[in-house]
Write a new protein. Structure first.
Length: 407
């Protein structure tokens, strides 16, 4: 299937139905669209409205395949088996027929009247990859953070056998020993100084760009913050609200964090999911909570980021040059936190044993020791030296043409 004379490539993007997973590759999507390519994001029925503010074109491919008990199962595994138990349970879910099957079926139905030249998928989503295999078109995997920890680390233990069973039903050969998602092209938006230095498969790196929704603006509170105090931004991602079973542990962690931040001489901007707000109504006036914070805008105005260490947040904080205190939970979080500590950009704290004293000490140290900011800015310079995301369009065109020539 050759590229049309006008050079307009049809790109289908697949991601598991979590906004954070789409956020990990949304700037690639919007960049391709701005360059004139026909890019569509496959989502479950009813999800298009949720992604409207990212400015992407969506196509609904069938019913939601998330089971109502999904969060309880995977976060129960985190409580019972730690990070390793969570990772294994999560990838078992993501490679199960009830997750993968509906995506494959939906993409193949779509291809009957809109056939993509290439599928771009995030590294924990396998339905788009398998649909591309059936269609005989190239596929590109984007590292949104879990590639080493989950998508590669559990390949032999979980993924290979699960995908082989599904591939058999689709008339495909067994899942290869080397993960099939790596066959054509892997995309990373982090510098080699941070990760994947020894990656042996085709890998292209591009500069991270802040994903900004159309409705984002800097919170009004920034206009009133004292200029003589550092600003600390707290966001632990979306892990707490996803599971009622994990909420008690999340509440305990927030209690330690807010106890420390209440005593710190600073201004605090904290993303606190709305279900926790009734529990923290008596915070001091220098601690400002809100259910959602436009991270891409806020990070450029703060001095310290307290984060769970997901790759979206790591890429944002490096791009802004802001040092970190990290409380990693699962998947890529622990590895990212260790790497940040090794590079001198932040301090890691174990969330399973975190105390207010540890948080207070870590925050004071990062705020007072200029080396953390300097090391982060060094990594920021490496990020800025990467090719712009417009280069991805050129690489994608070469991949599609190479695939067409091979036929």
């Amino acid at each position: 299937m050759n590229i049309p004379p006008d050079g307009r490539i049809r790109v289908l993007v697949t991601a598991n139905p979590f906004e954070s997973h789409l956020r990990g590759l949304v700037t690639l999507v919007t960049t391709l669209g701005e360059l004139g390519h026909d890019v569509r994001v496959a989502v479950p029925d009813g999800w298009s409205e949720r992604l409207r503010d990212y400015g992407v074109t969506t196509v609904e491919i069938g019913p939601m395949w998330l089971d109502p008990t999904f969060a309880s199962v995977v976060f129960g595994a985190l409580l019972d088996g730690g990070a390793a138990g969570f990772d294994r349970t999560l990838i078992t879910e993501f490679t199960s027929p009830r997750f993968v099957g509906p995506v494959v079926d939906g993409v193949l139905r779509l291809a009957e009247h809109w056939r993509p030249h290439v599928v771009v998928h995030e590294c924990t989503e396998f339905g788009g990859y398998l649909a591309a295999e059936v269609l005989g078109i190239p596929h590109v995997v984007v590292d949104i953070g879990s590639m080493d920890a989950i998508a590669l680390g559990l390949h032999d233990e979980v993924i290979r056998s699960a995908l082989t069973a599904i591939r058999s039903r689709l008339g495909l050969p067994p899942e290869p020993v080397t993960p099939g998602i790596l066959r054509d092209l892997t995309v990373s938006m982090t510098p080699v100084q941070f990760n994947h230095a020894n990656f042996e498969t085709p890998l292209a790196r591009y500069r991270h760009e802040f994903p900004v929704r159309h409705d984002e603006r800097l919170p009004d509170v920034f206009a009133d913050l004292p200029e003589d105090k550092p600003v600390v931004y707290l966001s632990m991602g979306s892990i707490g609200p996803l599971s009622s079973r994990f909420m008690q542990r999340s509440t305990e962690i927030y209690e330690e964090l807010f106890t420390a931040l209440s005593a710190l001489d600073c201004s605090v901007i904290a993303a606190l999911p709305s279900r926790y707000e009734p529990l923290f109504r008596s915070l001091p006036p220098h601690v400002h909570t809100m259910p959602w914070v436009p991270q891409s805008l806020v990070l450029e105005h703060v001095d310290l980021f307290i984060t769970h260490g997901g790759l979206n947040s790591i890429r944002d904080t490096v791009t802004a040059g802001v040092p970190q205190v990290l409380l990693p939970f699962f998947a890529d979080h622990p590895g990212n936190a260790v790497r940040c500590e090794q590079l001198g950009t932040g301090i890691r704290i174990d969330p399973t044993t975190v105390t207010a004293a540890q948080v207070f000490s870590a925050c004071e140290r990062v705020l007072k020791d200029p080396s953390y900011r300097q090391k982060t800015e060094e990594l920021q310079h490496h990020m800025r030296a990467l090719p712009p995301q417009t280069a991805f369009a050129d690489d994608l065109a070469l991949l599609v043409q190479k695939s067409a020539d091979a036929w």
